[in-house]
Design a protein around this ligand. Sequence first.
Ligand SMILES: [Cu+2]
Length: 334
Amino acid sequence: MLLKFTTAAAAVLLSSSAFAHASITPSTAMAGASVKVAISIPHGCDGAPTDKVTVVVPEGFVSAKPQVKAGWQAEVATGDYAGSYEVHGQPATSGAVSVTWSGGSIPDDQFDEFVLQGTVSSDAPLAFATTQWCGTDSVAWDQIAAAGQDAHALEHPAPVLKVTAAEGGPHMHRDHGATPDMAAMPVTAGDLEITGAFTRATLPNAPVAGGYLTISNSGTADDRLVSASTPAAGISQIHEMKMEGDVMKMNELPEGLVIPAGGSVSLAPGGYHLMFMDLTGPLVEGGSITVTLTFEKAGTVDVKIPVGSPAAKGPAMDHSMHSELVTVRHGDLA
Ligand SMILES: [Cu+2]
């Protein structure tokens, strides 16, 4: 009797392990969030231990990086993304496209997890196609349910991270920035006109935000933006972002920014911007912050800057661009 029971229990264990799929934790993340996901390999391959695992990084999981894993070596393959993304105004066009862990061992009766960090730059679900090797044998968890198909019907489903809309209101169209009534009104100071101001809602715990606007000078003398300040941040600076060699760098402009006579200067993602650091609280989409700009000649002027979505690329009503762009916090640049 005892022997029979043991055999039956073993059979149950075997069949459940044979049906346990590779999975992902958490299974849901917010668009725009920087997240850590763990791909779980539930067993070896029918008796043989798993000694190698490859995870294909899905398009839209930007700046991916494996967590150090004791007993395993991680090899990162990099390549160009199909789309272009943005990390704090900095274009991100390439990065990790797959990660292979090798050198460890997962026996058939044990499981293990492989951790990746990255930024969710997609509104669509992200499938992390995963292959586990046991010597020369392999099992690929790479099937994706077709529209209307139940993923549970798949024999080897890929682990899928579901994506929810970014926080900050009912607007699903993150490209649209602030709501129309929040559009920044032009502000004048002497010969200067300031238009198109916007900033972006910050992700939870993000310590910094960028400010963007255009300054036109209709006068006959150059002016200079010398400083900015806002009660919403402990420190406000004037920054420039530019390529140095093949590295994108961000620097403070201690001399400020010249606004040439008869010309205009745009502060925009990827170039000049206002940098708000030590935020006193999160910037919430649909709200606004008041920023005081000080010019050498025109003096000081308050500009009400509306807060757009975390992915806003322009002020409200600018619907000209529809590529997927995502902001992450300043600290992620380092
Ligand atoms: Cu900056």
